[in-house]
Design a binder for this molecule. Structure first.
Ligand code: ADP
Length: 339
């Protein structure tokens, strides 16, 4: 296996241009896939577009790339509208989910392909493709054909092929979904490292909240064609603003109590005496999960909560299914939700 992605890129690509979406809309007939979204991606950010299938993530990415026209709105890179330029003229590059390597071209020629389209001569494009293969630690595979590569290696080639155009913004559509879980975690670390070294903006589409939390400087949560919440990964996770975000990002309870609707993290709930507790609940299941114990309990009405206890806390005072417990939390851990 090749070593990790190289560190010797210098700062040849470092991005200084913000990417700004203003009022961007995409309609397919009556279906509004993206509904008038606004967002500023700061130069050099690793951003993840996160949301369930069908919420408009890929359409947003394809409009930025120029593989889909905008119905309305502007896409500004360095303050100039790129929304109607050809994909190759935008300063963006896209890496597709299935990598889309040309099966009949060698690794080197795959990487050099866009320079061939631009009319560069063979010596120039092969030299530059060689640098890109070096960047992704694939130099030894330059003469192979795509079907002689593993999934992770194909992904590195696809990255090199996208980066050869010196993009300001790299767009990645579910880039890890074709990999097995073990390789996915390894390649995710490599993507992050590469982005930090290149200093260009990465916009990465995923429906996996763990992937977004692991990678993103900024998470943009989409739901039903709109941006539901955006911000630094920790602030989205710690303080979801809507019930949708709290549920989608996971590890939160959404509680609807007489005092209002709010989210509280499972690990911010504590178990207390029934008499002195804010809420009374009955344990419906207990799951040991190694680092912690996850306990589900039913409240009155049809609400249920999940409590994550450290294994020490749980086994220090074990509980049983069917037992009544009291639940408590600190005021600052309850985040009010927008309706
Ligand atoms: P996501 O990437 O979040 O899964 P998409 O951006 O692919 O979602 O799709 C958003 C919505 O737009 C979905 O309802 C989808 O069915 C619709 N859509 C996407 N592409 C097309 C198309 N070419 N024609 C018609 N509807 C489409």
């Amino acid at each position: 296996m090749p070593q990790g992605i190289a560190t010797s890129t210098g700062d040849l690509m470092r991005s200084t241009f913000d990417l700004e979406l203003n009022n961007v809309t995409k309609a397919y007939g009556d279906t509004v896939a993206v509904d008038s979204i606004d967002h500023l991606f700061s130069a050099g950010t690793y951003a993840c577009l996160l949301g369930p299938s069908g919420c408009g993530k890929s359409t947003t990415l394809r409009m930025i790339a120029g593989h889909e026209s905008v119905t309305n709105g502007t896409i500004l890179l360095n303050q100039s509208d790129i929304a109607h330029l050809a994909p190759a003229k935008r300063g963006t590059a896209m890496m597709f989910q299935n990598y889309a390597l040309f099966p009949h071209l060698s690794v080197l020629d795959n990487v050099a392909f866009s320079l061939r389209m631009k009319g560069e001569d063979a010596a120039v494009r092969h030299a530059r493709a060689g640098e890109m293969l070096d960047l992704v630690a694939m130099t030894a595979f330059a003469d192979r054909m795509p079907d002689q590569l593993s999934g992770g290696q194909q992904q590195r080639v696809a990255l090199a092929r996208a980066l050869i155009t010196n993009p300001q913004v790299l767009l990645l559509d579910e880039p890890l979904s074709a990999l097995d879980p073990f390789l996915r975690i390894r390649m995710r670390a490599e993507l992050k490292k590469l982005q930090q070294e290149l200093g260009i903006t990465f916009i990465h589409v995923t429906h996996g909240q763990d992937e977004a939390l692991a990678l993103a400087d900024e998470i943009v949560v989409m739901n039903d064609a709109r941006i539901e919440q955006a911000g630094p990964a920790r602030s989205v996770f710690d303080a979801p603003k809507t019930a949708f975000v709290a549920q989608f990002i996971g590890a939160h309870n959404v509680l609807s109590l007489p005092e209002g609707l709010f989210a509280v993290r499972s690990d911010a709930l504590s178990i207390t005496d029934v008499a002195s507790a804010r809420l009374e609940a009955r344990i419906t299941s207990i799951e040991y999960q190694g680092t912690h114990v996850s306990l589900t309990a039913a409240l009155s009405g049809d609400q249920s909560v999940t409590v994550a206890l450290t294994d020490k806390d749980f086994f220090g005072d074990p509980k049983n299914t069917g037992e009544a417990i009291g639940l408590d939390w600190k005021m600052q851990d309850a985040h009010p939700l927008r309706a």
